[in-house]
Design a protein around this ligand. Structure first.
Ligand code: HEC
Length: 204
């Protein structure tokens, strides 16, 4: 697994922070999370400087994926203590790499408290996902028009949409899950399954 140097540096920055004694979720977030998951709207705009998805973006994905707060909090707390790239719901894992495990840094109780706070607070209304602009279609993704989409094509679309340098993609964890038969490509049927799943969740 390729480790991201910038994530390691951020972890070192955290280890110098004193730990909080009571569960003050705002403080915990400031101490352990904000160094990677920024919440400053100005900083969020400078996409090239980001080393992890901002809090608003994470919560947009979580609320989309889980039908209630309880399920989202359970997933998030487990994920942050022992991240598993096979379970990650943020496609940005492909540029940022896997999050460093917080086990031993924060307790399960603290992880749940932070998740609950994040659920209540994010995404903020100032955070507008520019979804319509970059709406995905099979044709847009299939750059070389060969009837199937590779991880590279999928990532190129997302790089263009989000102004990310395509060379920043260091893995294909997210794409691999869309490639249901594991042949390295997403064909039209697999694409339709993904879209259908997204529609189903959106209309829930
Ligand atoms: C050193 C940087 C770093 C720190 C510190 C960090 N994270 Fe992360 N986190 C990431 C990256 C990178 C991702 C995206 C890749 C992934 O999902 O593993 C991520 C993803 C997540 C996700 C979404 C997982 C998914 O489904 O994709 C949650 C929730 C999360 N972080 C919560 C937290 C919380 C809460 C804290 C503080 C206790 C924290 N993180 C600390 C880097 C970090």
């Amino acid at each position: 697994m390729k480790t991201n140097k910038r994530l390691l540096l951020a972890m070192i920055a955290i280890s110098t922070v004193l730990s909080a004694s009571e569960i003050d979720t705002g403080k915990l977030y400031e101490n352990y999370c904000v160094v990677c998951h920024v919440t400053d709207l100005e900083k969020m705009k400078d996409k090239a400087s980001l080393i992890a998805p901002p809090a608003d973006e994470i919560m947009e994905h979580m609320k989309y994926e889980f039908e209630n707060k309880e399920k989202a909090v359970k997933f998030m707390a487990e994920y942050m203590l022992t991240p598993d790239p096979k379970k990650a719901l943020c496609a940005s894992i492909e540029t940022f790499g896997v999050m460093p495990a917080q086990k031993g840094i924060i307790t399960l109780e603290e992880a749940e408290a932070i998740s609950s706070m994040m659920f209540d607070k994010y995404p903020r209304k100032e955070f507008i996902a520019d979804e319509v602009k970059g709406r995905m279609t099979f044709e847009k993704l299939d750059v070389n028009v060969d009837g199937s989409i590779t991880a590279k094509e999928y990532q190129l679309f997302r790089a263009t949409k989000n102004n990310i340098d395509p060379s920043k993609f260091i893995n294909s964890y997210y794409f691999d899950r869309l490639d249901l038969n594991g042949d390295g490509k997403m064909d039209r049927e697999e694409y339709n399954i993904m879209r259908e799943e997204k529609r189903r969740k959106k209309n829930r």
